[in-house]
Design a protein around this ligand. Structure first.
Ligand SMILES: C[S@@+](CC[C@H](N)C(=O)[O-])C[C@H]1O[C@@H](n2cnc3c(N)ncnc32)[C@H](O)[C@@H]1O
Length: 346
């Protein structure tokens, strides 16, 4: 099994999977390989908390039934990949569009060009062997989260790739920018909607804690939501003067809704100690039902990331207690931060 992640975060992905009891065999820039057995013996200090594969926080895509293909030339690799695919689909009928995706870590200089050559050679060979099936191939990753059937090829080096018929999309993906968005952070909240499976609707209310310069507020306001943006800093770009956004220069930790008021969404993207945010902000907002749903970004740059992730997931933690179906992910647009989305239980 190959699991991909944001380049530079493979140690954290490997650590997460090891902590969940999986046997990590190898890792490289943006990927981790697990032993075929899938799971190692539980750690001596107890059974790891069960976390479904779809909920691995640092994972982007899992190549579930990955097999290794080696070759010293473009043609040898393409040939090996076609043979492996024909063996994998033997006995199946492919009647509709199927994802046929070639990826590699961008960090290895020149590898992208080689992969593009192998991909072209692969398609030429496939056309000769299975012309009808080859015409149905789609070169993009599926958008929907969860398991898909297709053919995903992930190169880890110039002469070595892994290919899988079954792939799992965990969620992180590059989002399209908006010229009026005042910050890069805008992309994070846009991506978080995919994880949440929902986005602010016209007329819904949003409180945005730590809102400046206003990327998240702008994202909700452009969908017609009514936003209360709290930050001492100024709003900019499309958020500045937006008729759907009210800006208040107040401390997010001191703010409380009116008695009986419940916002449809809590947004929180404070640059703050994440423990402080969890205890003194997320806890009151969720436990007192001040919001129905939330998108909370927690910066782990100054804490131990694995221990912090375990805390976020803990059954005694604030999310499990008040929003049991919550999801935590290291998004494509996240840096040293985790994004948690969820719905507060009634
Ligand atoms: C990462 S930025 C938020 C970016 C924003 N989500 C966007 O899309 O543009 C963090 C913000 O948190 C604000 N902040 C930090 N502590 C705060 C507090 N106690 N109350 C209100 N805002 C705070 C900072 O002023 C800063 O503007």
């Amino acid at each position: 099994m190959i699991v991909t992640c944001q380049a530079g975060f493979q140690d954290l992905l490997a650590g997460e999977l090891a902590a969940l009891g999986h046997a990590v065999a190898e890792e490289g820039p943006g990927w981790v390989r697990l032993e075929p057995a899938g799971r190692a013996a539980p750690a001596a200090d107890g059974t790891p908390t069960p976390v479904a594969a779809g909920d691995w926080a640092f994972a982007h895509v899992t190549l579930t039934d990955a097999r290794e293909i080696k070759g010293s030339s473009v043609n040898a690799l393409a040939q090996g990949l076609v043979e492996a695919m024909l063996a994998a689909v033997r006995g199946e009928r492919i009647e509709s569009a199927w994802p046929c995706v070639f990826h590699c870590p961008a960090e290895i200089v020149g590898l992208g060009r080689r992969v593009a050559s192998v991909e072209r050679a692969f398609h030429e060979l496939l056309r000769k062997r299975l012309s009808r099936v080859s015409k149905l191939a789609v070169s993009d990753l599926p958008r929907a989260l969860g398991e898909h059937r297709g053919w995903m090829v992930y190169f880890v080096d110039f002469d070595r790739a892994f290919a899988a018929r079954t792939l799992q999309i965990h969620g992180p993906r590059r989002m399209a920018d908006d010229d009026r968005a005042p910050s890069r952070s805008y992309l994070k909240v846009e991506e978080a909607y995919v994880l949440a499976g929902r986005e602010p609707q016209p007329g819904e209310t949003v409180v945005d804690l730590g809102a400046a310069p206003g990327g998240w507020s702008y994202s909700a306001a452009k969908r017609g939501a009514q936003v209360l943006a709290l930050d001492n800093g100024p709003l900019k770009g499309g958020a500045l003067g937006h008729p759907q956004i009210e800006h208040r220069r107040v401390d997010a930790f001191g703010f409380q809704p009116e008695p009986g008021q419940c916002f449809d969404w809590l947004f929180c993207d404070l640059v703050e100690d994440p423990h402080h945010v969890l205890s003194n902000l997320v806890e009151p907002w969720l436990s007192r039902h001040w919001c129905r749903r939330f998108i909370v970004n927690l910066k782990f740059g100054r804490v131990a990331p694995q221990a912090f992730l375990a805390e976020v997931r803990s059954p005694q933690g604030v999310f499990a207690r008040y929003a049991p179906g919550f999801r935590v992910s290291h998004l494509y647009h996240d840096r040293e931060e985790l994004t948690v989305v969820g719905e507060v239980k009634p």
